[in-house]
Design a protein around this ligand. Sequence first.
Ligand SMILES: [Zn+2]
Length: 234
Amino acid sequence: MNLLQTMQAGWLNWLLPSYCAGCNQKRAHPNHPLCYQCLSELPATDYEAQTGHALEQLFWGRIPLQSVTATWYLKPASSLQHCMHQLKYNHRPGIGVYLGSVAGKRMKQQNPSHHFDALIPLPLHPSKKRKRGYNQAERICQGFAQATGIPVWDQIVQRNQSTETQTRKDRAQRWNNMEGKFSLHNTKPAINKHLLLVDDVLTTGATLEACGQTLLQIPGVQLSLFTLAYTENR
Ligand SMILES: [Zn+2]
């Protein structure tokens, strides 16, 4: 940013002050959407340096994974929940980039031995992406990549258009429908690589699992999962 741009950003911030995405009270810097207090009070899971924790256990017997990490716990009515809401429904993609970079730095500091060849954003349903204007998982990957230098591959797995409504199907049909939701494209660079599949929030993990099973069809792929937040009270 040159001097003129810095001055313009300063004036704009003075004219149209942006407020913290967590508490909506304190002023926040345009490039740092959370105030210092909200950022410092985010409840960290510290899963980066642990194995066999509750989040990994959630996937035992479901899908073979190298590691599962979520940076923070998502608690009801918390500043993080406000952030996630702003990110998904209030057109503030910068929150995803920012929190992705904070999470990437934490991952690097807490477990430097983690090695991922590429970040894969969980694809959003095409009609949802059109409506929202962006895929929040891609924005999280963008920030995570800035902090870690790991490349983002957003073309390898895509989400298919669903043709039938889920509610008319029985359980088995619904699962088959879920499995068919993702398709692979141009997978050659991913052969024998360790991929980190990324999303915003992990609740049951069903969609990440379905996408992960699709990615595991690529020969020699190792898979890990990462989300910004984890909803503990299922
Ligand atoms: Zn705040």
